[in-house]
Design a protein around this ligand. Structure first.
Ligand SMILES: NC(=O)c1ccc[n+]([C@@H]2O[C@H](COP(=O)([O-])OP(=O)(O)OC[C@H]3O[C@@H](n4cnc5c(N)ncnc54)[C@H](OP(=O)(O)O)[C@@H]3O)[C@@H](O)[C@H]2O)c1
Length: 237
């Protein structure tokens, strides 16, 4: 199940996993059309696999039970949904903090609770969060976002230990800057400055993040759990 399959990183993950033989639940919030197109493309390219669409607002925990009712087998969950807000903490409202917390941490925790038995029955059993370098380093102007991204890594540290004996692994792939819609709010000048700070001199492409998710979902990745992999081109970490 890919939460945020309508996002740029989510789409890249779906393409890679489908090519590896996975059947997928494709979650979206607002971009129904984007996921419908993805579903058609994948179903055409991989006719023997199944691709289902799921809609849910993950800032609303009442969305969890209806989402769960639509699931059959679940071998892996990838949390690739997310938003940020760009402002001083002083200017961040209680509601904005609540929304970031619900979307990145609380609803994923509730989903992990409810998916525990399905994941433990699976021969694989994988949970992967798309976290952020900011969860490790922190960022001014994105203090609330950095906080919830750090919480995703803290959750993975703890939950990995709790479910290790069930054969479930829990990890975070934490990108630096990725060339997606999320960064299109920055001006060209800001983007030039950002790239100059990154040792590799450029943003990541979504596919370069998806590669690590695919790797964590491989059977050979069984022994890696409770980790945050920083995929940042050498930036900040
Ligand atoms: N881009 C970067 O530089 C960067 C860097 C580090 C980490 N990340 C993380 O990578 C993940 C994916 O980001 P992206 O760059 O692919 O962003 P994106 O293209 O903007 O995608 C965001 C995804 O989140 C979903 N979403 C937003 N609000 C939601 C809600 N209320 N309920 C459920 N889903 C919701 C969107 O669904 P709809 O489109 O259907 O509404 C979309 O699928 C996020 O967790 C982000 O924090 C990104």
């Amino acid at each position: 199940m890919i939460l945020g399959a309508s996002g740029d990183i989510g789409q890249a993950i779906c393409h890679r996993l489908a090519a590896q033989g996975w059947s997928l639940y494709l979650h979206y919030f607002k971009q129904q059309a984007r996921v419908a197109t993805l579903q058609t493309e994948l179903q055409t390219a991989y006719p023997k696999q199944d691709f289902f669409k799921l809609q849910a607002d993950l800032t609303d925990e009442t969305a969890v039970p209806p989402l769960l009712q639509q699931l059959f087998q679940v071998d892996a969950v990838v949390f690739a949904e997310g938003i940020t807000t760009y402002q001083l903490l002083q200017d961040t409202s209680s509601q904005q903090i609540e929304t970031l917390w619900q979307l990145h941490v609380k609803t994923p925790m509730l989903l992990c609770q409810q998916l525990n038995s399905k994941l433990s029955r699976s021969a694989l059993g994988r949970i992967v969060f798309i976290g952020s370098i900011y969860g490790g380093s922190g960022s001014p102007m994105e203090v609330a976002y950095s906080t919830v991204k750090g919480a995703q890594s803290a959750f993975a540290n703890a939950y990995a230990r709790e479910v290790a004996s069930l054969g479930i692994t829990v990890n975070v792939v934490a990108p630096g800057a990725v060339d997606t819609q999320m960064n299109h709010m920055f001006s060209n000048a800001d983007q030039v400055q950002l790239k100059a700070e990154i040792p590799l001199g450029r943003m990541a492409q979504p596919n370069e993040i998806a590669y690590w998710v695919q790797s964590l979902l491989a059977p050979e990745a069984d022994y890696l759990t409770g980790q945050t992999l920083y995929v940042s081109g050498g930036w900040l970490k």
